[in-house]
Design a protein around this ligand. Structure first.
Ligand code: ZN
Length: 422
């Protein structure tokens, strides 16, 4: 199986699980991730204050069924868990159509799809149905059976830490709170896992890597509240979501225009030679909203293909595994690998012999035969690195000026370091 097919198989396995911001669906999801990666799992009890929020009661769904007056089943979460409003309180009742209607959600413009709806912080209940079903309902007595629990428990999140030579961290964060939704949720998880496995399989990296699998908003807030001191060590961060659709890559920048994560991502995307989009930061979207809040002000961007809200299947039953492409997952993973590679290579050096050019030939570094018009890539890279290693330009900045690949500049810097010129 290709890596893309591997990721798609994982998405298919996770898809039926009813996740939410708390509960056994998240735990089961993390248990499956832990089959492949040594996750450290944390539970934060209901009622715990986290920044300006409080961990809510834990929600679990056994089954929710809506029966028509003739006894036929209109919605059954055993078939599709999007049918129940996520965090619906338990209820068993017989209702008239007028009583039922305010609790039904549908999409008039996409009448065949089931919408995804939640009510985490306001006690409510409801069913989500295709609009054509809602329109067909006739007067009579409807049977509502919502078998859920909503009581004190805990919120679950997980992290994987891969130590590097430095304590500085590159953090990847994926949300794990969406029920049966594939691109928005599971694609990010699958690609994050692929990347973590890849980093783990390699020799010890220079940077340390942390992967956070947490429920959206409240999970990221809980992690930040409990790791306030650690955030000082975060050098780069990326939110991973919507990474499996057929669209091209989209990068949403962190709020500091010149941050290294922005330059790393834009460099890696440009290197693919394929079309991509870069959007500026806005305070809406995924958990970059929390990591980039002004108090933390962390350098987090978001890597996606087609962004949230911009594909018609978004937050509907059509965002299912059939929407995803193995090649798209594979492509997303390879872009992220290039970003990691660039982050590993990108350093700022200081030339120890800055007065005049040091004599490279004497040190066995310069292959240019006198008289040739212009040195080739690697020899040019030596000159560029020496000239701009003034403590102010990192290799990425030199790559931009010289139009030389970062990898060539990194190899040149490594060679210069060996002969003690940097
Ligand atoms: Zn979403």
């Amino acid at each position: 199986m290709s890596r893309g097919e591997d990721m798609l198989a994982l998405v298919r396995r996770l898809y039926p699980i009813c996740r939410s911001i708390t509960g056994d669906g998240v735990r089961e999801t993390l248990r499956i991730i832990r089959e492949q990666l040594p996750l450290q799992i944390s539970e934060v009890p209901t009622g715990t204050p986290v920044l300006d929020w409080t961990i809510p009661d834990e929600w679990n769904l056994r089954r929710a069924i809506l029966r028509a007056p003739d006894g036929s089943i209109l919605a059954d979460t055993d078939v599709q868990n999007l049918h129940v409003v996520n965090y619906s309180e338990p209820l068993a009742a017989k209702l008239s159509l007028d009583e039922l209607k305010p609790h039904l959600h549908s999409l008039p413009n996409q009448p065949d799809l089931i919408p995804y709806r939640t009510s985490y912080y306001k006690r409510a209940w409801g069913f989500c149905l295709p609009h054509r079903v809602v329109e067909s309902l006739r007067d009579g007595t409807y049977d509502v059976e919502i078998d859920t629990t909503l009581q004190p428990g805990s919120l679950t999140y997980a992290e994987l830490f891969i130590p590097g030579e430095t304590e500085e961290e590159f953090v990847f964060s994926a949300h794990v709170c969406h029920p049966s939704l594939a691109n928005d949720n599971l694609a990010g998880i699958a690609v994050a896992m692929g990347l973590a496995k890849r980093i783990q399989a390699k020799p010890k990296p220079r940077l340390s890597y942390r992967f956070i699998f947490a429920p959206g908003t409240i999970g990221a807030i809980a992690w930040l509240a409990r790791n306030r001191d650690r955030t000082k060590l975060i050098r780069h961060g990326l939110i991973l979501s919507c990474l499996g659709d057929a669209g091209s890559m989209t990068y949403k920048r962190s709020r500091h225009d010149d941050s290294e994560i922005n330059r790393l991502c834009e460099y890696a995307l440009a290197s693919t030679g394929r079309p991509y989009t870069v959007n500026d930061f806005i305070p809406y979207g995924y958990d970059e909203r929390q990591y980039c809040s002004p108090g933390f002000d962390l350098p987090f961007g978001a890597m996606m293909r087609t962004p949230n809200g911009q594909y018609p299947e978004y937050h509907t039953s059509a965002d299912n595994p059939d929407l995803l492409r193995a090649e798209a997952l594979e492509d997303s993973l390879s872009v992220l690998e290039q970003i990691v590679e660039a982050a590993e290579a990108n350093q700022t050096y200081v030339n120890k012999q800055p007065y005049g050019e040091p004599q490279l030939g004497r040190r066995g570094l310069y292959n240019l035969t006198g008289g040739a018009t212009k040195p080739a890539g690697y020899d040019m890279a030596l000159l560029w690195v020496l000239n701009f290693s003034d403590g102010k330009h990192d290799l990425l900045a030199i790559a931009k000026k010289s139009k030389l690949p970062l990898a060539t500049l990194a190899a040149a810097a490594e060679a210069l370091k060996k002969v003690d010129l940097l």
